[in-house]
Design a protein around this ligand. Structure first.
Ligand code: ATP
Length: 328
């Protein structure tokens, strides 16, 4: 669709919520105002599109949200949108609301949905990566990742205080079902003795070797950061196996869980979200579609959505090496 044909952009937040989604939404709305086009907010992701939960959004509707976690539009997962019938209803509401193009703030599932919709109904759309996991190809950082990391290290620092006071070994599970980015980065930043991530196919003997090394050098307490998706059986099994191997260890388990999704976005996430929200509107007005706006080497880039969905960011080998060097 050519630049002049876009008069109204619809924006939604979809999939798992992430801190910074509000800042991205604000950037989309204000950018529309700047370009003199209308913006409509679609509540509850694709389900809201099907149920016609669509509201007009002006510059003032996004006042005082840049600093707030969650998403004022709310997010949802929609099984109905996975079906042709659901997408047909969604399209009818797109027409009813005179929406010419969409900005979808979400993860790869949300982008897959938008791609299917575009194929059927030719609605131009641009994706903005909003997910704490940082597992989307085509951007160095996703919106929410930095905040989740800061929340995780804040919690791990507190656990460290109690670990040191009692000479305990703590297994701490952080989010990341398929990706170890949160575990690796929060583990390095919190001085973990070991970090277990799904990408590395860790072995229990390597963990024991690391704990032995720490003990030999006089370490009395240890933190082990474990990604949700690591493949050795989860934090409780790890604690159980470790207790069998080292009966004298006082071992504890903490699962950080959903606190990692909440909280006020960090400065880095607010800036990233603001840049990507503006970039998404720019892209639509330039006639782009089926792409995701991202940041690589601190520059805005657009990645075809097929690539963003199918490819994966590799774990930085240098970071893995650092963990080996520092855990003494
Ligand atoms: P997160 O990474 O935080 O989980 P996500 O965007 O990947 O976020 P999903 O639950 O995978 O979250 O997807 C969000 C929504 O996108 C789904 O509930 C569904 O409505 C839509 N969606 C996902 N895949 C498809 C598909 N193949 N066809 C149509 N819609 C889809």
């Amino acid at each position: 669709m050519a630049k002049t044909e876009i008069k109204t952009i619809g924006v939604m937040t979809s999939g798992g919520d992430a801190p910074g989604m509000n800042a991205a939404l604000r950037a989309v709305v204000r950018s529309c105002t700047y370009h003199g086009i209308r913006c409509k907010g679609i509540r509850l992701g694709y389900q809201g599109l099907i149920d016609n939960q669509i509201v007009e959004m002006g510059a003032r509707s996004v006042s005082n949200i840049i600093n707030r976690g969650g998403t004022i539009l709310k997010s949802a997962r929609s099984d109905e949108f996975r079906k042709e019938e659901g997408r047909k209803k969604a399209y009818e509401n797109i027409k009813k609301n005179e929406i010419d193009a969409l900005v979808v703030i979400g993860g790869d599932g949300s982008f897959t949905g938008a791609k299917a919709f575009q194929k059927e109904y030719d609605i131009p759309w641009v994706g903005v990566p909003g997910t704490i996991d940082n597992d989307i190809f085509g951007t160095d950082f996703t919106i929410g990742f930095d905040t989740a990391l800061n929340t995780a290290i804040d919690a791990i620092d507190k656990i460290r205080d109690t670990a040191t006071s009692h000479n305990r070994v703590f297994f701490i599970e952080v989010m990341g079902r398929d990706a170890g980015f949160i575990a690796l980065n929060s583990g390095i930043a919190s001085g973990a003795q070991d970090i277990l991530i799904p990408e590395r196919k860790d072995k229990i003997d390597d963990l024991f070797a690391s704990l032995d090394r720490g003990r030999r050098s006089g370490k009395l307490s240890s933190i082990v950061v474990v990604a949700e998706g690591e493949e050795l059986g989860g934090v409780y099994d790890l604690a159980k196996f470790t207790k069998i191997k080292y009966p004298d260890y006082d071992i504890r388990v903490t699962i950080l869980g959903h606190i990692q999704r909440g909280g006020d976005p960090t400065c880095a996430d607010r800036v990233l979200a603001s840049r990507l929200g503006v970039a998404a509107v720019d892209a639509l007005l330039e006639g782009k579609t089926n792409v995701m706006a991202g940041v690589r080497s601190n520059k805005i880039v657009y990645t075809p959505v097929e690539e963003a969905i199918q490819k994966h960011n590799e774990i930085d080998q240098d970071l893995l090496r650092i963990t080996q060097i520092l855990a003494r």
